[in-house]
Design a protein around this ligand. Structure first.
Ligand SMILES: C[S@@+](CC[C@H](N)C(=O)[O-])C[C@H]1O[C@@H](n2cnc3c(N)ncnc32)[C@H](O)[C@@H]1O
Length: 376
C-alpha cells in the first residue's frame, strides 16, 4: 500500500480541488478501475489491460493560477468564497519546475506593478497566470490581462524575469477584456521571440502554441500515445484519421512509412502547432485541418480512426456516422467513461476488444480510458 499524499492546503480547508487527497494512491486506482469496469460491464468479452499508474504528486504539467491580492502582495492560486485571493504556489500536484517558478513570477508582478483583477469591484488588470512545463523543463508563461495597460511595464521588466528564469521560452499576454468566468480571451500578444513550447516526448517533438490543449500529465500522455501506436500498428492501416487531434500527439505517434494520417481539430492554434510538428519531423503524409469532427463525412473511408473528444463524448451524430461507416478499427480515448459507454452503446456494429485505464488525474476521481473497437 502506498503512503497517501498530504497537503496543507487541503487539510486546512483552503483548497478542495483534489477530492481524493489523503486516500492512498493504490486505493484511488483500484476505485477508478472498479468504476470503469462498472460503466463498461455491458461488454464482458473485452480484455482489460493493467492500468497505467501515474506518479501521485508533481504530475501536472500546467498550472492555471487565479491572481488575487494587491500589486505589492499578489497571490497566485484561487479565489475564496468572498473572491479574495488564496495562495496555492506550493501545490504538490504541479511539477517541481512549475512550483519553483512561482516565487519569481510573484516578485515580477510586484516589480512591474501589475494590479491583480478585483472580481467584485471589476477593477485591476491581471486575471490569471497560466504556466506550462515541457518534459525538458522549458516553460511557457501567459499573463491573462483585462487590457494592455500594464504591457509597457511588463516589457520593461521582462529581462529581470528572464534572468531569473532562463527556462522561460515563451511569454505572452492574453487579453480578456470581458468580465466573465473563462480562463482566457482571444487575443494573444507575443512578448518573446519564441512562439511555441517544444515538448520532446520519447522521439516525437510536439510544438505547443499558447491556447492549444495539451494533456495534463505528460508521463501518462506518452503512455496513451504509445498504446494507441501499438494498437494501430497491429492492424497496419494505410490511412488513419485522428479526430479531436489537438496539437497532434496521436497523429504524430502513429505516423509510419507508407501510412497517411489526417488530424481534425476545431482550434486553429492547435492545428498550426500540429502542422509545425509534422513539418519539423519531415512527415509529409501527416496532415491536419481545422474543422468540426462531428460534421465528418466519410467519403474517403480510413482504415482506422482515433477519437479523443472532450468530456461530452462523440455524441449521437458522430456515433451514427461512424456506425454507418465501414471503418474497421476505432481507438477511442476518453476522459469520461460515462459518455464513452454511451457512445459505444450507440455503435453496436463495433465490439470493444481491449480496454486500458490511464490515470491522468491522480488525487481526483477522473481518469482516461482507451478502448480498441473493431467492426463486428
Ligand atoms: C481531450 S482533447 C484531445 C486533444 C488531443 N487528442 C491530444 O492528445 O492532445 C479534445 C480536443 O478536441 C477539440 N474539440 C472540441 N470540440 C471539437 C469538435 N467539435 N471538432 C473538433 N475538435 C474539437 C478541443 O479543442 C481539444 O483540442
Amino acid at each position: 500500500m502506498t503512503t497517501a499524499m498530504q497537503c496543507d492546503y487541503f487539510d486546512g480547508g483552503v483548497c478542495r480541488s483534489c477530492t481524493l487527497m489523503g486516500t492512498p494512491y493504490d486505493t484511488q486506482l483500484m476505485a477508478k478501475m472498479e468504476h470503469a469496469r462498472g460503466l463498461l460491464a455491458a461488454w464482458p468479452d473485452a480484455r482489460w489491460l493493467p492500468a497505467m499508474a501515474s506518479s501521485d504528486r508533481g504530475f501536472r504539467n500546467r498550472a492555471k493560477m487565479v491572481v488575487g491580492g494587491t500589486a505589492d502582495n499578489p497571490t497566485l492560486g484561487i479565489l475564496d468564497q468572498s473572491q479574495r485571493g488564496v495562495d496555492l504556489t506550493l501545490c504538490g500536484i504541479i511539477s517541481a519546475g512549475l512550483r519553483a517558478a512561482m516565487a519569481p513570477i510573484v516578485s515580477f508582478i510586484a516589480l512591474a506593478r501589475i494590479v491583480p483583477y478585483d472580481v467584485p469591484a471589476r477593477r485591476g488588470e491581471l486575471k490569471h497566470v497560466l504556466l506550462t512545463e515541457s518534459p525538458d523543463g522549458a516553460l511557457m508563461l501567459r499573463f491573462v490581462l483585462r487590457s494592455t495597460e500594464a504591457l509597457g511595464r511588463i516589457r520593461k521588466h521582462l529581462p529581470s524575469l528572464l534572468a531569473e528564469l532562463p527556462q522561460l521560452k515563451v511569454i505572452t499576454a492574453n487579453l480578456l477584456p470581458e468580465h466573465k468566468a473563462v480562463l482566457e480571451g482571444d487575443e494573444e500578444i507575443a512578448l518573446t521571440s519564441g512562439e511555441t513550447l517544444t515538448m520532446p516526448l520519447d522521439g516525437v517533438l510536439l510544438h505547443l502554441r499558447p491556447g492549444s490543449f495539451f494533456q495534463t500529465n505528460t508521463q501518462i500522455a506518452m503512455g496513451l500515445y504509445a498504446q494507441a501506436r501499438e494498437w494501430i500498428d497491429e492492424v497496419a492501416p494505410r490511412l488513419v484519421w485522428d479526430l479531436y487531434c489537438g496539437v497532434g500527439g496521436f497523429a504524430l505517434y502513429v505516423a509510419a512509412p507508407g501510412r497517411r494520417v489526417h488530424g481534425v481539430e476545431v482550434s486553429a492554434p492547435a492545428v498550426e502547432s500540429a502542422r509545425l510538428s509534422a513539418s519539423g519531423a519531415g512527415l509529409k503524409d501527416v496532415t491536419f485541418a481545422v474543422g468540426d469532427a462531428t460534421a465528418l463525412s466519410t467519403a474517403e473511408t480510413p482504415d482506422a480512426i482515433i477519437v479523443n473528444p472532450p468530456r461530452r463524448g462523440l455524441g449521437e451524430k458522430l456515433c451514427a456516422t461512424l456506425e454507418a461507416s465501414g471503418i474497421p478499427t476505432i481507438v477511442y480515448s476518453s476522459c469520461n467513461a460515462v459518455t464513452l459507454a454511451q457512445d459505444i452503446a450507440a455503435m453496436p456494429g463495433y465490439a470493444p476488444q481491449r480496454i486500458r485505464l490511464f490515470d491522468m488525474f491522480p488525487q481526483t476521481d477522473h481518469y482516461e480510458t482507451m478502448v480498441l473497437l473493431t467492426r463486428r
